[in-house]
Structures are given as C-alpha cells and as structure tokens.
Design a protein around this ligand. Structure first.
Ligand code: MRU
Length: 339
C-alpha cells in the first residue's frame, strides 16, 4: 500500500512530503492557508489534481482566522500552470460566497465537507479515467510515461498511472518505462517507486533515451498526465512531454494524455494561452547536489511544455476518450460551460 498523498485529520492537513521520497515517508502538517501555500510552492505536494485538493483544504484552514479572500489569492499565486489549483479555489470561493450569512461553525462544516468532496471525487474520477484508458492497452505489452501522474500526484490511484493500474486490474501484463524527468526526477523518484510498490515491472530511462527505446522495443502507448488542456486539445505537462510526443509520432506509438475534465481550461483557446511556470536555475545547475553547469553560464528552466494537439492520439477523461478533431469534440464535453 502506498502512503496517502493527502490526509485531513482533526482539522489539520497532512501532506506526504514528496521531496523526501522514496527514502523517507514523512508528513508535513499544515494548520493555515499560508502553510498550505508554502507546501505547494516548495513542492512538498505536487501534481495538478493534488495541489487542487491541498488548496481546497487550505481554504478550510483559512476559516480559522485568516482573511479568506487574501488566502484564496495567496494560494492561487503559488504555481501558475496546473489549472486544477484555480478550479478548486473557484469552487471553494463560490461556496463561501453562497454561505457568507451562515454562522462561523456552520460555514466551517460546509466548507470542510466540500473540500472532502473534492478529495473523494478525485479518486473516483481517476478510477473512471483508468477504466476508459485501459482499453488502449493490449493484453501484454509495454508503455512509457513521463513525470509522475500517479497516486502521488492526485488524491489517489492516478491519471496516467491509473490507466496502468486499471489495465493490471483487468489482468493485462504491461511493462512500464518511466522517463526519469529532469530536473526534479519525478519519474525515477516517484513514478518508479509507486509502480514498483504496486508490483509493476518498471524500468527507468533518462528522458533522452525515449526515442531510441521506441526504435528498439515495441512500445504500445505513451501515456502522461496534464497540468492544463486548452480547448483545442493542446496540453501542458511536465517539461519533456513534448519531446516524448514527437518521438512517439516518429515511431508510430500512440500518445495519450490522461486528465480529468477539471484540467481543461475554457479560458485557453490554444496552448499559447497556457502560462508556463519558470523555476529557479538551481534545479538545472545541479544534479544530485553536484554543480554541473559552470557558474558563469546561463540556464533556462521552464517546468512545463505544451504538446500540440496534432501529436496527441487521444485525451482520456473520466467521461471517455476525446479524439481529433479536438476543438469540436472537447466542446461536446462542456455544453454551455462558462469559465
Ligand atoms: O511540477 P509537478 O511535479 O507538479 O508537475 C506534475 C506534472 O507535470 C504531472 O505530470 C501533471 O501534474 C499531471 S498529474 C496527474
């Protein structure tokens, strides 16, 4: 059993400290929205759905004495790319506004229930993504993934890794290749750990090995998560996903994104509208604590990239797989949606 990513215990938010995995299983306790915001910023908790759930609980904690609107702004300012964060904050804010007339205790219980709903729903949504997604995989084969879109990046089960889990539950034998995912190594430290603990046959490769792997080994599918999907199907995900999609296209490997509908952003017509987080250069400068870039040399560290829709075979959601033409088919999943 994997340790829970997020727990709500007696009015405290416990976050599995993902910076310590796989060597240590430790939890960070958050007792305010400010502490939750810091935990999202410093990547104690990471992964699009997981930071949305954490922010929802953060807004429950805010009711204990922080200015609610300021707390919502603080949480929204933590990371810019994963839209689930803003989606969860908007959902909590709307409920708060609708119940402003309630007394403090009633309001707290209503908000706490909503955060728990967001938490529980995410697990159910991932299981549903898994059920639809496992159909793309053969009875026996191999798949590749990038970053960590597993139980650790969500409330549980995972999106991309949920597809592999559902395939295994259906009796399929799928060997998984996990890109290590420079510079934060979510693939080797989190995905490989998660899959290994679940009994998968998992092999780690460096990101640059993916194309060569596809030229030598039959890979049945590439499946990754997403941090934000534009209305034309362009999808932002961890840096390196775009290169994986190009390699997949070159080798005829179907490339799938697995993401809940809360990851789609009606405010982004195409990938060009998706804000991309740029992180500190230190993550590129050092590998395992050893400096690998001379101090006087510049580095660039975008944390995400955008895979254009023409490289995507399908987007696996909790309501089915969306295929090209994406703009037209995505619209059918959001009848009358306003931002
Ligand atoms: O920077 P991170 O670790 O938060 O980035 C995570 C990813 O890019 C995941 O692949 C994405 O959030 C999908 S998670 C189900």
């Amino acid at each position: 059993m994997l340790p829970a990513t997020i727990e709500w215990k007696e009015g405290r938010l416990l976050l599995l400290d993902q910076r310590q995995l796989p060597s240590r299983t430790e939890y960070v306790s958050c007792e305010s929205a400010e502490e939750t915001a810091r935990a999202i910023e410093n990547m104690t908790v990471r992964g699009a759905p997981a930071i949305g759930v954490a922010a929802a609980y953060g807004l429950v904690l805010a009711l204990k004495g922080e200015d609610f609107a300021a707390a919502a702004r603080r949480l929204a300012g933590t990371r810019p790319t994963a839209v689930n964060l803003f989606w969860a904050i908007r959902r909590m804010e709307a409920l708060w506004r609708a119940n402003e007339d309630k007394n403090k205790d009633e309001l707290y219980l209503i908000m706490e229930k909503e955060a728990k709903n967001i938490h529980d729903e995410d697990i159910e949504i991932n299981k549903s993504i898994g059920r639809f997604g496992q159909e793309i995989l053969p009875e026996k084969g191999a798949a590749i993934t990038h970053c960590n879109a597993g139980a650790l990046a969500t409330a549980g089960y995972g999106t991309a890794l949920g597809v592999f889990r559902a395939a295994a539950e259906a009796g399929k034998e799928i060997k998984i290749y996990a890109d290590e995912t420079r510079p934060r190594l979510q693939g080797s430290l989190l995905t490989a750990y998660e899959l290994q603990r679940d009994g998968f046959d998992v092999t780690v490769i460096t990101d640059s090995m993916a194309a060569f792997l596809m030229s030598r080994v039959k890979i049945d599918a590439a499946v990754t998560g997403a941090d934000r999907v534009a209305m034309n199907g362009d999808a932002a995900n961890k840096i390196g996903t775009y290169s994986l999609a190009i390699a997949a296209k070159r080798h005829g490997v179907p490339f799938y994104i697995a993401a809940p509908l809360s990851t789609f952003d009606a405010g982004c017509a195409s990938g060009e509208d998706i804000p991309i987080e740029e992180r500190g250069g230190g993550e590129v400068r050092a590998v395992g604590g050893v400096e690998v870039v001379p101090e006087e040399i510049k580095v660039w560290n975008p944390a995400f990239d955008v895979t254009p829709n023409e490289l995507i075979t399908g987007i696996i959601t909790e309501r089915g797989i969306i295929r090209a033409p994406f703009a037209e088919n995505i619209k059918k999943f959001f009848p009358g949606r306003k931002r």
